[in-house]
Design a protein around this ligand. Structure first.
Ligand code: APR
Ligand code: PHB
Length: 395
């Protein structure tokens, strides 16, 4: 293959782009990954941190789980908090032994980059401005500002794995995709704290002052979130104010409250639901955040990205090995079924747990009844658990 040619040109080195490149390598298909930012930026950016059972199984089957199996924190339950009490949802018990694993997205990225480079993969960081061309024709291309040839990288297919703010989705002609969007009237103020986790499982707390989440990244790092207004500036919250609010919202009747530690990072996470249909135009296939965003409450973002590229890699294998386009034609429909179920679940978790400003007294009572139901009914908890550990993959 000439240096400026590839079978699949991949834009973006997030979980979607890197995992796709790895699957394609396992299927004997050549790819090049073009990433705008530095390798260090990709490896250090703190993002999501919860892997569904199916994502862990997938990483294992792809030979990528040696560090995940050593360092990942398997959780067989989560807790829902209400009125300063905690109610455990026994995920494994309710799902026939499935669980989630806490392992930072940046750790997944480090493992994937190391593995792609060890396998001789072509990953190009710091590409800056990238553009895609000829996506309606048989031979699309990707250009970077400093591409050696005028044609850039000629590809059979392009995978747009460049996240929500990438250039692939906007390169599709206006009107070709339907966009579905839902804005939520709140956001999360998130911190990473140098404090060993003082609970074994995640705690999703409903509180009259707003939702709070107790999570973790490693045996020495806690990750905590507070519901806030979307326009809030994280810099205006002092460390002391953040801890006071976390203690108020997360503190339980039995005296438990989060252990404080040096705040290493703070930032605002927006909340939106967004989906484009179909996730394909011509020879450009969108995957991960480039095609859909879910509110973070259900911890689905990274898992959806991994599920998309699993389906895409299978479809490309069928194209190259069996000379069949049938699976590629089904790519979008297969992914969207999962995406909309994740969207449903994430919206439901969000509305269950957050304090909506301006809710009517009727809605407030209904929300409290729903929390009461989820924390007292085995059937309701089983539905939450089934979705939280991840629905089965379909092809
Ligand atoms: N050219 C090249 N690379 C780009 C461009 C561009 N024009 N625009 C964005 N990128 C890169 C980003 O720098 C990033 O590294 O694409 C990558 C996209 O990665 P993610 O945003 O992590 O998206 P994805 O791989 O779909 O993973 C989704 O990320 O935001 C979380 O919660 C989300 O966990 C989910 C996951
Ligand atoms: C996180 O640890 O960042 C996290 C955990 C669970 C969520 C969302 C984010 O639902």
């Amino acid at each position: 293959m000439a240096p400026s040619e590839t079978q699949v040109g991949i834009v973006g080195a997030g979980p979607a782009g890197l995992m796709l490149s790895h699957w394609l390598h396992l299927h004997g298909i050549h790819s090049i990954v073009l990433e705008a930012k530095t390798r260090q930026h990709c490896e250090e950016r703190i993002r999501a941190g919860v892997l569904e059972q199916g994502s862990v199984d997938m990483l294992r089957s792809a030979g990528l789980a040696s560090r995940l199996d050593r360092e990942g924190m398997r959780h067989e339950g989560i807790e829902i908090g209400l009125n300063r009490e905690r109610y455990r949802i026994p995920l494994a018990e309710l799902t026939g032994g499935k669980a989630i694993t806490v392992y930072g997205q940046h750790e997944v990225i480090k493992d994937l980059i190391a593995r792609r480079l060890a396998d001789g993969g072509d990953l190009r960081f710091e590409c800056g401005e990238v553009s895609v061309h000829g996506i309606e024709g048989p031979r699309p291309s990707i250009r970077t500002v400093d591409s050696s040839s005028e044609d850039g990288f000629l590809c059979d297919f392009i995978a747009g794995c460049d996240g929500f703010h990438g250039i692939c989705r906007p390169s599709i002609p206006q009107g070709a995709l339907a966009e579905y969007e839902c804005a939520f009237p709140f956001a999360w103020l998130g911190i990473l704290a140098e404090a060993p986790p003082s609970r074994d499982e995640l705690l999703y707390m409903h509180h009259e002052r707003g939702f709070a989440l107790y999570s973790m990244r490693s045996p020495s790092l806690t990750r905590l979130y507070l519901q806030c207004r979307p326009e809030e500036d994280a810099g205006l919250w002092s460390d002391g104010q953040i801890w006071d609010e976390l203690h108020t919202r997360l503190g339980c009747a039995d005296g438990w409250r989060p252990t404080e530690g040096r705040i290493l990072q703070k930032g605002i996470t927006g909340m939106r639901g967004f989906v484009v249909e179909p996730m394909q135009f011509g020879r450009l296939f969108l995957a991960g955040d480039a095609a859909h965003i879910v509110p973070p409450t259900g911890a689905k973002g990274m898992n959806l990205a991994l599920a998309d590229v699993y389906v895409l890699a299978q479809a490309l294998r069928s194209y190259y090995h069996d000379n069949s386009t049938a699976q590629l034609e089904q790519y979008s429909a297969i992914c969207l079924r999962r995406v909309w179920k994740a969207q449903r679940f994430s919206t439901w978790m969000t509305m269950l747990l957050h304090r909506p400003e301006g809710a009517s007294p009727f809605d407030r009572r209904r929300q409290l009844a729903e929390l009461d139901y989820v924390t007292s009914s085995r059937a309701a908890a089983a539905s939450l658990a089934e979705n939280y550990v991840g629905l089965a993959m379909e092809f």
